[in-house]
Design a protein around this ligand. Structure first.
Ligand SMILES: Nc1ncnc2c1ncn2[C@@H]1O[C@H](COP(=O)(O)OP(=O)(O)OP(=O)(O)O)[C@@H](O)[C@H]1O
Ligand SMILES: [Mg+2]
Length: 344
């Protein structure tokens, strides 16, 4: 059995850009996901970070085939999911699910908690009798820290954190192997975020789940993830163990992202050097040539506009890779250490 549960190779999701005219001709293409190579290992939590609009949700959706890739390949447990028929796709839906950002929007207000949580059981024919289903719903509610007695209540009777627990219970109903948590704590109060984060961590360990944890919140990602992947303009530009990416980021973009995270220690916080990137993120409909980060990179040099850098091993930790010309070229990390270090 391979160590990799979910894998993307050259994955692309390009959306047509329509002109504003009456004919709405296709005027171009928006490269939401643009050549992503990524492996997610069994039983790990992989954090996925990057600025708004860089393609995190589209990537998560493409891995679950909730959006159709326009190029490349996704495999789940060794099976290519790009060409699955209806039946196989239903099996994928059971084994790989999604926890959404806004539990209120994703729960049907007219259905009780029991109906909501039982729905996947019905769809996948998992517990046939009424009593078996009710028992399973009770188990699932307990698993996420809710009293099974709440099964008859409606979403509006719950707090945001409780609603997110219901959403998690539903996502777990089919006994999935893989969950994508897309900004799953973003709409919760800060005090509740930590509780839901810890719940996800506990469930991941207890059930041996594989998690893709998508978030703007780098502190949360560092807290929960075994490895971290950083996305910029449709591409994964750095991946590695959370400790290595967090402490020794190798790609200037990751260094800038991390420099914006407050440190919970007054002296360290005072000495923190924030790297402010120049310019705005280019449009994914007009991606720069060569390294797509070069227009904002404080270290851009000769090869950057001409050559699109591939992910390659960087730093000291095994499995740490980054797509950056500062590494692996003559005049690379060693000669340019001064420049890289100054960016930290
Ligand atoms: N269905 C769609 N049709 C056209 N463009 C889309 C569609 N879905 C997403 N996009 C565009 O693709 C790009 C990536 O969007 P995506 O939602 O994946 O980013 P994100 O990293 O999840 O952002 P956020 O952090 O704000 O959630 C954006 O430019 C977005 O406008
Ligand atoms: Mg998103």
């Amino acid at each position: 059995m391979s160590d990799v549960l979910v894998s993307a190779r050259g994955l692309e999701v390009h959306f047509p850009v329509r002109s504003g005219g009456a004919l709405r001709r296709t005027a171009g293409v928006l490269r939401a996901v643009d050549g992503v190579d990524l492996d997610i290992h069994r039983g790990e939590t992989l954090g996925l970070v990057g600025e708004s609009g860089c393609g995190k949700s589209t990537l998560g959706n493409a891995l679950l085939r909730l959006v159709e890739p326009t190029g490349g390949r996704v495999t789940f447990d060794g099976t290519d999911v790009t060409g699955l028929g209806r039946r196989a796709l239903r099996d994928l839906r059971r084994r790989a699910g999604m926890v959404f950002q806004d539990p209120f929007a994703s729960l049907d207000p007219r259905r009780t908690v029991a109906q909501t949580v039982a729905e996947p059981l019905e769809v996948h024919g998992l517990r046939s009798g009424r009593r078996e289903r009710a028992a399973r719903v009770g188990e699932l509610l307990e698993l996420v820290g809710l009293d099974p007695a709440v099964a008859g209540r409606y979403p509006h009777e719950f707090s945001g954190g409780q609603r997110q627990r219901v959403g998690i219970a539903r996502a777990l109903a089919g006994e999935p192997d893989f969950l994508v948590c897309d900004e799953a704590i973003a709409s919760l109060d800060v005090s509740v975020q930590a509780q839901v984060l810890n719940l996800l961590r506990r469930l991941q360990r207890k059930l041996g789940l594989t998690l893709l944890f998508i978030s703007h919140d780098l502190s949360a990602v560092r807290h929960i993830s075994d490895r971290i992947a950083v996305m910029y303009l449709g591409r994964v530009v750095e991946v590695g163990p959370a400790s290595a990416v967090g402490a020794e980021p190798q790609m200037p973009y990751t260094q800038a992202l991390l420099s914006a995270v407050p440190v919970p220690h007054p002296a360290l916080e005072r000495s923190r050097q924030r790297i402010v990137l120049r310019g705005d993120v280019p449009s994914p409909a007009d991606v720069p040539s060569g390294c797509r980060f070069r227009t904002r990179c404080p270290h851009a040099f000769e090869p950057c506009p001409g050559v699109d850098p591939a992910l390659q091993p960087v730093g000291a930790a095994p499995g740490h890779v980054a797509a950056c010309h500062l590494h692996g070229v003559v005049g690379g990390p060693v000669e340019r250490e001064g420049t890289v270090a100054s960016a930290r």
